[in-house]
Design a protein. Structure first.
Length: 187
């Protein structure tokens, strides 16, 4: 297991925004959900917001940027009340990441970034294909998980990150990944 870890921003305070990012199928939702349960933080999952928008008549082309905007507004509301917020989204490009950074700054929140990666292509493909064919959509009504070719297209567009964050190699055991995340956020 390889893990890249740098120290989080030092603007410590009661308000914390924890940004999870990474390609679909790399384990970010699994880790974000576990962290939310363990810490009592508010979990905002962009996929859930997009699914609700689709159930209400919007097309996938209409939901992308709008779902991030809704997530930012909800996160701001919770952060202003002093709560910890976990944002779970692919965050593939700098513009999406800058939105979270700016939100943390505007709300006076500490900003922690966790990026998930599954560097074993065969394992990553297996996870994506297993999920795409399973009826896990009862978890997110109106949502369909991306196919492996769709994830590959996203990977080509995924911009590298160069700043402070925890990079979690999710080919490690789930327990090891949970522990790395907990240590990074100070649990």
């Amino acid at each position: 297991m390889t893990t890249t870890q740098t120290q989080p921003d030092s603007d410590a305070g009661a308000r914390v925004l924890i940004e999870f990012g990474g390609l679909p199928g790399t384990g970010k939702s699994t880790l974000a959900r576990h962290l939310a349960l363990r810490s009592g933080a508010v979990l905002l999952r962009v996929d859930e917001i997009e699914a609700a928008m689709r159930r209400n008549g919007l097309t996938p082309e209409q939901t992308g940027v709008a779902a991030y905007s809704v997530a930012h507004d909800l996160a701001a509301s919770h952060l202003r009340r002093g709560m910890t917020v976990i944002a779970d989204a692919v965050n593939p490009v700098e513009a999406a990441r800058a939105g979270w950074r700016n939100l943390a700054r505007e709300c006076g929140a500490r900003h922690l970034i966790i990026e998930t990666q599954c560097p074993d292509p065969a394992e990553h493909r297996n996870r994506v294909e297993r999920r795409a064919t399973s009826p896990a959509d009862d978890e997110l009504p109106g949502w369909s998980h991306p196919t492996w070719p769709e994830v590959q297209l996203r990977a080509e567009e995924y911009q590298p990150r160069f700043y402070n964050r925890l990079v979690v190699d999710t080919t490690a055991s789930v327990d090891e990944c949970h522990e790395l995340v907990a240590q990074y956020v100070g649990l």
